[in-house]
Unconditional design. Structure first.
Lengths: 150, 369, 220
């Protein structure tokens, strides 16, 4: 029998309008962080794994925040996902390991999470590579292989 | 094993291996979350670690089975834990390093001298002190001597595994080699015990990362273990706890209860008295842990767990008895024999009382005033 | 394994059980074999009938006569209350059944642990009430000695430490468990040497009284 078949019944949260008490408190905290971001520019974050969340809470939180327009994925010893929720400035970040287990889950309140920016150190490291590629291709030959090439 | 280059920062070393700042930020964020640090701590950690020089670490092994090192280094795919080897410069480890003999010893001395007062000493295995310490010798020196020497210039000492932390298997009765834990011998440096047989790799990584970013060891419990990982017992975080609370126990390893994943308390689980992160972090990147696999917790992160009675004797039973657990047949010695002796003494007491009574009754009346 | 926990469920428990068995047998046999005062008047009933009548009387005398209920009923109820509650907690709690099974090889179904918890709290309340009554009534206060208070202390300590352990309250669990088992060990060692022996004496004692009276024709 695997873990998910073991019949442990999880007590559902008694919720008003579908939002559990824990989720409501969390969203109030996020609201405060958003107000602080607008007034002082201070970023905020919540470590979702540090809170006691039932599967119903996760569902409730996901439903409440919704999905925004940005959905970025990157691979680094497992997949990581950075998604802006339907609430602008609230980003849901989920890190997985190489076996696809979730190892960390955050809500970040910011204009753009640092994970989406590129450090200048990495930019500097990439410049010689592009330069070498251009040198190889030659100055006259058209550049193929761009992302939007037909 | 990487060389320690005194001019290269951690960030530069990462970059050289094709690991981007983004990858490193993920590693730091995940580690900070594991250590229950504040949610934005990962960013500060990444910034700080990236700009520091790679720290020298010296790893020495004594009475151990190498399981702790295997736990830390062996994985089938690159893991978050392995990134720690980019933050540190593992300047000496006799299992992993390519050099051997004098060359290896010289490398260690050179690393010690170059980083005097700053290197972290990691120790696994207990230290035998019996008979002058002859039960572990390398390069003509006993383990005691090696430890004393290598610890001299260390900034901090990390005892990895239950053997180094508490003596583990070597210290179990009758302790023929006179094994002692590292903390018994190193008393002038901060020592942290990362116990477990073996310990969870993320616990080792997290503690080291905390040390490097905060400049000190994390808060420790009364056994010298990081509270962030050893603050809760297995019982309080076990997913089978609802069965314990309802009184549903597996009685044998293959009965209906065992098949339904019921609590393993009656099969000897030491979860209630064992403090570790097994139930939450689990093993092999969160795959499983002993209880989830159907075996009761041995209590391997606790001192003296080998001498704590049978692994299969429930906590509610005594730990004496010929099998290392109490069984009804042991009652013949512990209860039956004393009861028999008591009965004999009782007969004697009654006999004495009767004799005394008769003596009093037989005394001539006049003397009784 | 915490050294104290290891000790109290190891050597100390062995010694405690040995002392308990030695002590109980010593006192039981010692008392049973004492000289009985022979009754010189002819018996009114035969031995068998006397035993039956005597046992019946021992039962009916276990609760105060109507005339005395107002004065002694409260104390009797308290006493019966905590005895019953204590036996339920000791004999019907799953970990205790596991412990007894390791000693005598028998086990039986347990009550839900949450119910046992409630009964244990009730036991503690009754134990405290009993002590308050003993100290506040002048006669019982005058009659009470070290034996009474020490026996009460050991029993109450066992109940308190048991409740603390179940609630994981006040110290790490392994320490609480160690103190609880230590209390049990101390209780077992003290048991044969004080008034707690009434547990073994009381029923034979009452039946013998009843028998003796029945032989004299006094049973009613």
């Amino acid at each position: 029998m695997n873990l998910s078949e073991i019949p442990i019944r999880v007590e559902p949260n008694l919720a008003e309008e579908g939002l559990g008490g824990g989720v409501k408190a969390l969203l109030h905290e996020v609201l405060t962080m958003l107000e602080r971001l607008v007034s002082t520019g201070t970023e905020g974050a919540v470590d979702l794994r540090s809170l006691p969340m039932t599967p119903d809470d996760w569902q409730g939180l996901y439903a409440a925040l919704g999905e925004g327009g940005v959905d970025a994925v990157f691979e680094s010893n497992g997949r990581s996902r950075v998604r802006e929720t339907a609430v602008p400035g609230v980003w849901w970040i989920e890190h997985r390991d190489a076996d696809d287990n979730v190892v960390a889950s955050f809500l970040e309140v910011t204009t753009v999470p640092p994970l989406l920016t590129t450090d200048l150190v990495d930019v500097r490291a990439g410049i010689p590579r592009l330069r070498a590629m251009l040198t190889q291709a030659g100055a006259q030959a058209p550049f193929h292989g761009g992302q939007y090439d037909g | 094993m990487a060389d320690s280059d005194s001019t290269q920062t951690v960030g530069e070393a990462l970059r050289a291996q094709g690991i981007s700042r983004r990858d490193f930020l993920k590693f730091c964020t995940v580690t900070a979350s594991l250590m229950a640090m504040p949610p934005l701590a990962g960013r500060a950690m990444a910034k700080q670690l990236a700009s520091m020089k790679r720290s020298s670490v010296i790893y020495v092994s004594f009475q151990e089975c190498t399981g702790c090192l295997e736990s830390l280094t062996r994985s089938f795919s690159p893991t978050v834990e392995n990134l720690i080897f980019n933050v540190i410069s593992l300047d000496y480890d006799d299992t992993l390093m390519a050099a051997a003999g004098e060359a290896a010893e010289n490398a260690r001395e050179a690393a010690m001298q170059k980083n005097w007062g700053k290197y972290v000493l990691i120790v696994d295995g207990a230290v035998p002190t019996g008979d002058g310490g002859v039960y572990h010798t390398a390069a003509g020196k006993s383990a005691e001597q090696i430890l004393a020497h290598v610890a001299k210039g260390a900034a901090a000492v990390v005892s990895i595994g239950t053997c180094a932390s508490f003596g583990g298997l070597p210290i179990a009765a009758p302790n023929p080699t006179g094994a002692v834990p590292v903390s018994d011998l190193v008393t002038d440096k901060p020592v942290v015990n990362i116990s477990g047989c073996p310990p969870i790799p993320a616990v080792v990584t997290g503690t080291l990362v905390h040390y490097y970013t905060q400049g000190r060891l994390p808060d420790l419990d009364s056994y010298g273990r990081p509270l962030a990982f050893y603050g809760n017992n297995i019982h309080d975080r076990c997913y089978r706890r609802p069965f314990y609370d309802k009184g549903q126990f597996a009685k044998t390893f293959d009965d209906e209860g065992a098949r339904n994943g019921w609590c393993l308390w009656e099969l000897g689980c030491k979860g209630p008295v064992t403090y570790n992160a097994c139930a939450t972090l689990k093993w092999n990147q969160g795959t499983s842990f002993p209880i989830q696999s159907g075996h009761p917790c041995l209590g391997c992160a606790e001192p003296g767990f080998w001498d704590g009675g049978s692994f299969y004797a429930p906590l509610a039973t005594g730990k004496w008895g010929r099998a290392g657990e109490t069984r009804p047949r042991d009652m013949a010695f512990v209860a039956g024999a004393p009861a028999g002796i008591g009965a004999v003494v009782g007969v004697g007491a009654a006999g004495w009382a009767r004799m005394r009574r008769k003596h009093l009754e037989d005394k001539p009346r006049e003397e009784e005033d | 394994m915490d050294p104290l926990l290891s000790f109290v469920r190891g050597q100390m428990l062995e010694v405690a059980i040995a002392v308990f068995c030695f002590g109980v047998l010593w006192r039981l046999v010692g008392v049973t074999l004492l000289r009985h005062v022979r009754s010189l008047s002819p018996a009114r009933y035969g031995r068998v009938r006397a035993v039956v009548e005597g046992s019946f009387v021992a039962g009916t005398r276990s609760w105060p006569h109507k005339a005395f209920i107002r004065r002694t009923g409260y104390g009797e109820a308290l006493g019966y209350g905590y005895h019953l509650a204590l036996f339920i907690v000791i004999l019907l709690f799953a970990p205790h059944i596991t412990f007894l099974k390791s000693l005598i090889g028998l086990s039986w179904p347990a009550l839900p642990s949450s119910l046992i918890n409630i009964i244990a709290v009730l036991t503690l309340a009754l134990l405290i009430a009993v002590l308050v009554r003993r100290i506040s009534k002048p006669v019982t206060r005058m009659l009470s000695n070290f034996d009474d208070y020490f026996s009460w202390l050991l029993v109450t300590a066992t109940v308190v430490t048991g409740l603390m352990a179940t609630a994981h309250l006040g110290a790490p669990y392994h320490q609480l468990l160690a103190w609880h088992i230590l209390s049990v060990d101390a209780l077992l060692i003290w048991f044969p040497f004080g008034k707690l022996m009434h547990a073994f004496y009381i029923f034979p004692s009452r039946v013998i009284n009843g028998y003796t009276l029945a032989r004299k024709g006094g049973a009613a």
